[in-house]
Design a protein. Sequence first.
Lengths: 111, 117
Amino acid sequence: KNEVEQSPQNLTAQEGEFITINCSYSVGISALHWLQQHPGGGIVSLFMLSSGKKKHGRLIATINIQEKHSSLHITASHPRDSAVYICAVRTPKVAGNQFYFGTGTSLTVIP
Amino acid sequence: DAGVIQSPRHEVTEMGQEVTLRCKPISGHDYLFWYRQTMMRGLELLIYFNNNVPIDDSGMPEDRFSAKMPNASFSTLKIQPSEPRDSAVYFCASSLDRGLRGTDTQYFGPGTRLTVL
């Protein structure tokens, strides 16, 4: 069983639609990251969350620590949002951190 | 700032050869991470450093892999000897220590695409 599960694995949306990507995890965490990987391969860190909600432009990320669940929302989606979105969690260890990654959600936004 | 710089961007080598990947983190960042991404396994953390000191290398797959950070502006990931299954994209990332012990926003380099024939 993977420590981090994302859904859906693939998502196709029409431009302008509201999009939600989900991330569930099974370990105790100190922080959760949402990453965006563009078709060219570059990775951008979108959010780092430990509680509550963060917003940046059309992107909103929420986390519910009790339910071990996070969501990434994209409002008014645009073709340039097409990318793979990866959820990653950090769990504390006695020495250092342990990071677990979801397998990613591939989003395609059609004009 | 130029962001995280990685070199080379592409590397093709033959099995058994030594491969060295290089990373220059963003100036002033305290944490440096090495990741590997493959289709089969997705993104994996190999090792990370804090103030040039390796903190956790439990993700390093085998003794063939080694990483160093001789100073705050340079790190290397070495594979010796390389094998075809090492073919992957290797990313370096850095972050600023704001007291969050390495959980802060990470800035990724463009990656090095390694192909081992």
